[in-house]
Ligand binder design. Structure first.
Ligand code: HEM
Ligand SMILES: [Ca+2]
Length: 319
């Protein structure tokens, strides 16, 4: 049903693909210490009454994990400069500085919302941010169970500007990470509209995002002409220039298409990259794995589909 013809031949056997594909969920030896997971109370506080409730706050908490963790640059360190501490909570600890970086626009709100939770609990800020993202995702039907480590060291200085998103990320990895945009909306890209989703099911961790970003863009849902935005295929849906380009770039298009209808892949690959992302800059041997306290969400509702009445390659597709 979904066109994959350009991708039928196996990917080139270069390092890029060999390193990452196919890759099951990582099974590292994990330190387990039930005593250290007593902050299950926190899980109940954050999650209770909000199960299956994939809200804007859940989305924003997930986005925050990325913007804290990705700000780490081995290249800067190699030049003898501070390159950021990765998943070290700096985005909240130094919120006055980091939420003013352009890619972090709008994150000041979720940082504010999380503050009282952080104050009430005995977790580092860095741990809380990643934990809240894992719990946020677990409120979305179809999401994978994301890693929850405890014991991160908090930042003592802010990350430098210019690291989000990290340009050195491998192209394939970027596709896996962008699965998160299946439960996402933009509040600040179009100044005239907020809450514009990236796919028609922002409350479900499904593969609709990978279908809809491939359709020909024909409209702006709001004002249009905004930096970082291109035309989307559906009314009320916004498309990021970056998602549009990565869906089409020859280095990533096949990987993008391979997610369509592959719910297992959409869960496993994100679970894998989130694990690594969430401990960037930290020593995994110093952390305790409390993933077991993260709820496993229900499967997504419905099947992947072409939106009704969409024109594809000159044919109108009905669902
Ligand atoms: C190429 C890298 C990426 C770019 C350029 C990008 C860009 C954006 C932009 C512009 C927004 C809209 C923000 C707003 O206006 O409110 C957004 C939202 C979001 N992003 Fe990304 N993103 C990237 C990678 C990621 C990754 C790796 C994650 C994984 C955690 C992620 C998770 C989210 C989520 C969950 C939202 C929705 C937030 C909400 O609904 O308020 N993004 N992203
Ligand atoms: Ca979705």
């Amino acid at each position: 049903m979904f066109p994959q013809s350009a991708c039928e031949s196996p990917p080139p056997a270069n390092e890029e693909y060999n390193v990452f594909l196919p890759r099951p969920v990582r099974t590292v030896e994990r330190r387990r210490d039930a005593g250290n997971c007593e902050w299950m109370g926190l899980r109940r506080e954050v999650a209770d009454g909000r199960q299956d409730n994939c809200t804007a706050e859940a989305h924003e908490s997930l986005r925050l994990t990325f913007h804290d963790a990705i700000a780490i640059s081995p290249a800067l360190e190699a030049q003898g400069k501070f390159g950021g501490g990765g998943a070290d909570g700096s985005i909240a600890i130094f919120a006055d500085i980091e939420t003013n970086f352009h890619p972090n626009i709008g994150l000041d709100e979720i940082v504010e919302l999380q503050k009282p939770f952080i104050a009430r609990h005995n977790l580092s800020v860095a741990d809380f941010i990643q934990f809240a993202g894992a719990i946020g995702a677990s409120n979305c039907a179809g999401a994978p169970q994301l890693a929850a480590f405890v014991g991160r060291k908090d930042a003592t200085q802010p990350a430098p500007d210019g690291l989000v998103p990290e340009p050195a990320i491998r192209p394939i990895l970027t596709v896996w990470l962008l699965t998160a945009h299946t439960v996402a909306a933009a509040n600040d890209v179009d100044p005239t509209r907020s809450g514009l989703p990236f796919d028609s099911t922002p409350e479900l961790w499904d593969t609709q995002f990978f279908v809809e970003t491939q359709l020909r863009g024909t409209l702006f849902p709001g004002s249009g002409g905004n930096q970082g935005e291109v035309e989307s295929a559906l009314p009320g849906e916004i498309r990021l220039q970056s998602d549009h380009t990565i869906a089409r770039d020859s280095r990533t298009a096949c990987e993008w298409q391979s997610f369509v209808g592959n719910q297992t892949k959409a869960q496993q690959m994100f679970q894998f990259v989130f694990h690594d992302l969430s401990i960037l800059g930290q020593d995994i041997n110093q952390l305790v794995d409390c993933t077991e306290v993260v709820p496993i969400p229900a499967p997504p509702v419905g099947e992947v589909h072409f939106p009704a009445g969409v024109w594809l390659y000159g044919l109108e597709v009905y669902t």
